[in-house]
Design a protein around this ligand. Structure first.
Ligand SMILES: [Zn+2]
Ligand SMILES: [Zn+2]
Length: 689
């Protein structure tokens, strides 16, 4: 399971409050402001749970945690000053994280009960659940996980309260020393800075923890222990190796089921698995990791993709170029890559006492073409595009199928223009990115605009005025295009602000692909100039942009998005010809030849197999159309058409089918089932002809 930690473990931060809430003697009156602005007077010491009860018994029942002046607190925490209070239910994402954190405690409680000798590490919530880490000599097995999960359900069903407890620090250390929980001792030593330390108990289980927690274990119902992964204590190599038990955890069973289904779906769509099954590409140990071999069927798809791209680049006023794969290392010194990018580059190659560098980027090559002669303002903008193959050193541990590789081809372009041209160029780039999304069948996307950090102008190339102008150009372009976006200050590259487009695939996963980046750095380093209308020399603006990111990565995303069932214009085989028996071979050959002559990619299944088997195999290969040919068809000059998703479409004259298919290809039509129905079903019985 791949999970991203949303926040580090909050186990063991010092308790921000002490017993100050226990006001002695006459109760003071507090003013509580609720989210709708209404206020309530309550005696000091009243808890959020009691206030929830006053508002409505239903809210009290659904409440998980409270937010007081922005801080999450236990429902049972007595209030001791005037606050803005919200009672949070499972509808609030922060409350769900608290539920997950409480579930992590439940996991630790169950593990300790079953394996009293384990040593506890940390146990934070994560994006889709939680983990807890343990030190134990034997690895946890699948059977162990089942036992632990059953124990968790047992404790959960008892609805054991989660109670906060403040313990003086020396006592806390003592407690952990006595139970030989040395990692916990370490945490208390490091994190507890106040005299009283916050703990939480769940029955017999006690944990150093800042909290808050949900009131009791009864609400933890929808969870599943997923897997065990090794992790060094505190993430430092050389530290003891902990076993992390990861779990999925949601508010209700429906959400959990949806998540598990999505995981299954992601597994089914894994491009590495489909790449081998459909014979699209491979990575060969003999050649080295992270290097992609495009097999004939994958190569057909790549050619369709590239043909579309080149056609559209030309239509949009780009010039196509080619640049060398290795260039003099000095060029990479000028560009700064030899310094700033060194760790991502393959080492230099020595030839005739000069050093050459395998290119990690295409920019310097395009810059040399721009610089090859003096440019006039009349030529601008100059848009140089290349399907440029680059090589980057990625550690073998991070390589991942087509998504993270060492050699790949960027759909790269560099635009050199004058300041007054920049907005139009940015808009064209964004529109081009939209066109990519549309043509390749994506409807959802997320746009992010990464700006500089105004507090640290010194770390960026270019003047603050340059940056302001560039960011203004990006924001006003997006605003004018009415594109919703998220502005992220401080996330820009040092050389300029950028727009990133993440597309969202068929099962809701975002993928970072298109990027449009300003660059104040390279034009200056390479002393780029053009002769302006005023006869003086000026420095052009430079934009780097890629739409797919790389052909390899985009191909990986396409495989997963379509689950290998590419739209007909991309499909390696567009139609499979299936004669019902050897008797109709001659007609089948005639049909196949006709389709080939029409420029269609067709496969004739001449095997001596039953029709059902031929259909099944064509379905497994995700071929869009199957043409079933028997006596009736041969006599009438028709084909019986079967579609991979729609099933039987009935007989059609051969010429009609050819024309229909050509039209579908020309339109680059997308024929996809909805995600729910996309899972492979055995093909329904086809009437024999
Ligand atoms: Zn905790
Ligand atoms: Zn570039």
């Amino acid at each position: 399971m791949k999970v991203r930690e949303r926040r580090r473990c909050d186990t063991g931060r010092t308790a921000p409050a002490t017993n100050r809430s226990l006001t002695k003697g006459k109760m003071a009156t507090l003013q509580i402001t609720l989210p709708d602005g209404a206020t309530r007077e309550v005696p000091s010491g009243t808890t959020a749970a009691e206030i929830a009860q006053q508002i409505s018994p239903r809210l009290a029942k659904e409440a998980l945690v409270a937010r007081a002046d922005g801080e999450l607190i236990d429902l049972s925490r007595p209030l001791d000053h005037n606050v803005k209070l919200s009672i949070l239910t499972a509808k609030d994402p922060d409350a769900v994280q608290v539920l997950r954190h409480s579930a992590a405690h439940l996991l630790a409680a169950a593990v300790l009960e079953l394996y009293p000798d384990v040593k506890l590490g940390v146990g934070p919530p994560i994006e889709t659940g939680f983990f807890y880490e343990f030190l134990r000599d034997q690895p946890f097995t699948q059977e162990d996980l089942e036992k632990i999960e059953a124990k968790m359900r047992e404790i959960a069903a008892k609805d054991v309260p989660n109670q906060r407890k403040l313990i003086p620090k020396p006592e806390a250390l003592d407690l952990y020393r006595k139970t030989q929980q040395e990692f916990k001792c370490e945490l208390v030593e490091e994190k507890a800075v106040e005299p009283m330390v916050s703990f939480y108990t769940t029955g017999k289980f006690i944990d150093f923890c800042r909290g808050p927690h949900i009131p009791s274990t009864g609400r933890i119902k929808a969870f599943k222990l997923m897997n065990v992964a090794g992790a060094y204590w505190k993430g430092h190599e050389g530290n003891p190796q902990m076993q992390r038990i990861y779990a999925a955890c949601f508010v209700d069973q429906k959400e959990l089921d949806e998540y598990l289904h999505k995981l299954e779906e992601a597994k089914r769509r894994d491009h590495r698995k489909l790449g081998a099954e459909l014979d699209l590409f491979s990575i060969q140990d003999e050649a080295g990791p992270g290097l992609i071999f495009w097999h004939p069927k994958g190569a057909i798809i790549r050619r369709q993709m590239e043909d579309w791209l080149r056609e559209n680049l030309l239509a949009r006023g780009y010039d196509l170029v080619f640049t060398p794969h290795i260039m003099d290392l000095n060029l990479w010194k000028t560009s700064g890559h030899a310094n700033f990018y060194r760790e991502n580059m393959f080492g230099p190659i020595e030839v005739e006492k000069a050093e050459y560098q395998l290119k990690p980027m295409n920019c310097p090559g395009h810059i040399l073409i721009f610089k090859s002669r003096l440019r006039s303002y009349r030529e601008l903008p100059i848009r140089l595009a290349e399907l440029g193959t680059v090589y980057r050193y990625e550690r073998s541990g991070v390589l991942h199928g087509l998504l993270r590789v060492r050699g790949f081809t960027q759909d790269d372009a560099h635009i050199f223009c004058m300041p007054e041209q920049i907005e139009k160029e940015i808009q064209d780039c964004v529109e081009f990115a939209w066109e990519v999304l549309r043509v390749f069948g994506f409807s959802d996307y997320v746009v992010e605009l990464s700006g500089g950090d105004p507090a640290h102008p010194e770390i960026y190339a270019g003047t603050p005025e340059d940056w302001k102008r560039a960011e203004d150009a990006l924001t006003s372009t997006l605003d004018r295009m009415k594109v919703p976006y998220k502005y992220i200050p401080g996330e820009a590259a040092f050389y300029g602000p950028k727009i990133d487009v993440k597309l969202v695939d068929a099962i809701g996963r975002p993928w970072q692909l298109s990027t449009v980046q300003f660059d104040f750095n390279l034009p200056r380093r390479f002393k780029l100039e053009y002769v302006g209308e005023d006869g003086n020399r000026h420095q052009p603006l430079m934009v780097h942009r890629a739409l797919w990111g790389s052909v390899e990565r985009f191909f990986g995303v396409l495989i997963e998005h379509y689950a290998g069932a590419f739209p007909v214009w991309l499909a390696p085989v567009q139609a499979s010809v299936l004669p019902v028996s050897g008797k109709f071979e001659e007609y089948a050959r005639k049909v196949t030849q006709r389709l080939k002559d029409a420029g269609l990619r067709v496969h004739l299944d001449e095997r001596n197999e039953k029709l059902q088997a031929k259909i099944r195999d064509a379905q497994l290969e995700k071929i869009p159309y199957m043409l079933i040919l028997g006596g009736k068809e041969a006599e009438a000059g028709t084909v019986s058409v079967r579609h991979r998703f729609k099933g039987d479409l009935g007989p059609r004259p051969l010429e009609q089918f050819v024309a229909d298919l050509q039209q579908e290809i020309a339109a680059r039509a997308i024929d996809q089932p909805s995600v729910e129905s996309s899972s492979e079903k055995a093909p329904a019985a086809t009437k024999s002809k």
